[in-house]
Write a protein that binds this ligand. Sequence first.
Ligand SMILES: NC(=O)c1ccc[n+]([C@@H]2O[C@H](COP(=O)([O-])OP(=O)(O)OC[C@H]3O[C@@H](n4cnc5c(N)ncnc54)[C@H](OP(=O)(O)O)[C@@H]3O)[C@@H](O)[C@H]2O)c1
Length: 265
Amino acid sequence: MTTTEPNTAGRAIDPTSAVDHGTGAGDFAHEPTTVLITGANRGIGLTTARRLGELGWRVLLGARDAGRGEAAAADLAAAGLDVSALTLDVTSQDSVLAAVERVRAHHDHLDVLINNAGVLGATGDPARTIAADFIAPYGVNVLGPVRVTQAFLPLLRAARRPRVVMVSSSLGSITVTSDPQRMEHTTQELVYTSSKAALNMMTTQYARAIEQVQFNLVDPGYTETDMSPQGTQTVMEGTDAIVAAAQVGPGVTGTFTDRFGVVPW
Ligand SMILES: NC(=O)c1ccc[n+]([C@@H]2O[C@H](COP(=O)([O-])OP(=O)(O)OC[C@H]3O[C@@H](n4cnc5c(N)ncnc54)[C@H](OP(=O)(O)O)[C@@H]3O)[C@@H](O)[C@H]2O)c1
């Protein structure tokens, strides 16, 4: 697959605009905001954990591998941040339910859930893609956010103003990928693109169905991580939209943004 650089020149916005609060002041008086980030032991998830920790938030650093999660959380905790590891494999119902119980043992609510864990999967010529190619990537990118969101809904509903951030991609936008002016247009691939398009639809459905929770989608942009070693943005830039969406003001739900503004569907 040719993963491509979004054509975003000249669209810069302040990623902290429309932000409700930028300090550690929590959604409950005298309590920090509690956030769970899936797939946070490296890449975009790890930098998101650090940035939200630096705001004074209490960060639950999700990782499917306990050792990798503990190591990443220990690094951030050593820097004085309130970060603890939470073992959570988004493809395993048992793992997710065990994570819910561990969170419930220490917290009576969850303010923000960031469904960040994702995989590229095998990519290639659509004409040669077979049905089996979809199974593993869909398990992480599509079923994972459903499994985690559904399991954590009771803790989210116990928060004063719960928010869910879904980490999508401009490669899941039919408008962007159909536009010959956009670099994403050169990507011809079935699995990853359609998994993020499915995530987009699921999220707008959640947003309309569950009014108590704010559900928003973000595109990090083409970011240099293990997933995209040729990415043209720094991982700091790649987390701007997530950090903003985690702090979005009351009433904002069902949106799709990147660090420059609105992403078309
Ligand atoms: N990088 C980009 O250019 C870009 C652009 C648009 C969207 N995105 C999206 O941004 C998100 C983060 O991507 P990234 O670039 O940071 O990728 P990355 O560096 O490859 O990191 C992916 C993270 O997801 C975790 N993960 C994978 N499968 C998991 C599972 N079953 N359960 C729990 N965690 C799992 C990985 O854990 P392990 O370390 O255990 O493998 C890792 O922590 C993804 O949703 C991706 O689709 C990225």
